[in-house]
Write a protein that binds this ligand. Structure first.
Ligand code: MG
Length: 276
């Protein structure tokens, strides 16, 4: 199923309230898609529908989770490491993006004045479903709620200049997430042959194709990344792992519209504005 977080439309008695819901219908027919409200949050085993539903185009989608932290992996696609002149690291490069960098679908990415080189990075995002630590790779599937699209927006000039990546990738609005969490996929390989571990991932800027990769090109797969990160830190429900970006990264300009699309998940679109 697809789990969205959204604010209720003006037609609802409690307009503006934030809820989780199930997105129903086919993306090929967007006008027919609806959001069915759930009671409570989606991390319980059986979230219950409340019986209320709205057309998808009448609600405002929000970031599908509010993570306590975003653990991200650098250089996890060989062709991307190469394009920036880097080797594939012997151990994964792990960094954190702050919770305050998260925005939802159609929210604006604020281009900071201090950077002259802000890049998009299309990434598969793993959403953690239960409190976990020291998860062996065979059990990674058990702690994953689902997957969504992410844009690991990065001030490349600051990343180069500062060595540590915390500021360059940590600006407010530098972690768009969405449009919803797809829970029916298993990219850990735990279910055996036929798993959809090979999903197309693309990035477009103003409808021009910039990145086109496949999740099967990851150097470390999802299960390995869950094991590696939870070896160090506890992940509460809602925390997010960003799994790296394929080749084709490049600059964003103020006024651009950037979209990350992952097969079987959906499309995450944001516009770039100046920070003030
Ligand atoms: Mg990245």
């Amino acid at each position: 199923v697809r789990i969205a977080r959204f604010s209720l439309p003006d037609t609802a008695a409690d307009a503006g309230a934030v809820r989780f819901g199930l997105v129903e219908g086919e993306p090929e027919q967007p006008a027919a898609m609806v959001v069915a409200e759930l009671s409570g949050h989606p991390f319980t085993p059986e979230p219950q529908p409340t019986g209320r539903a709205w057309p998808l185009d009448e609600v405002r989608l929000l970031a599908p989770v509010l993570p306590s932290k975003i653990a991200a992996i650098g250089r996890n696609y060989a062709d991307h490491a190469k394009e920036l002149g880097n080797e594939v690291p012997e151990v994964p490069i792990t960094f954190l993006k702050p919770s305050t960098s998260v925005i939802g679908p159609y929210e604006t990415i604020a281009y900071p004045e201090v950077s002259k080189e802000v890049h998009y990075e299309a990434e598969l995002a793993v959403v953690i479903g239960r409190l976990c630590r020291q998860v062996p790779r065979e059990r990674a599937k058990d702690v994953i709620l689902g997957y969504t699209c992410a844009n690991d927006v990065s001030a490349r000039d600051l990343q180069r200049a500062e060595g540590q990546w915390g500021r360059a990738k940590g600006f407010d609005t530098f972690c768009p997430l969405g449009p919803w969490i797809e829970t029916d996929l298993d990219l850990t390989g735990a279910s055996g042959a036929g798993d959809p571990i090979d999903l197309a991932i693309t990035c477009t800027v103003n409808d021009e194709l910039k990145q086109a990769g496949r999740t099967s090109q990851m150097i470390r797969d999802v299960a390995e990344l869950v094991a590696h990160i939870t070896e160090a830190m506890t992940l509460p429900p809602g925390d997010v792992i960003l799994t790296g970006t394929p080749a084709g990264v490049g600059p964003l300009q103020i006024g651009d519209t950037v979209s990350v699309t992952i097969e079987h998940i959906g499309t995450l679109t944001n516009r770039v504005v100046s920070r003030d």
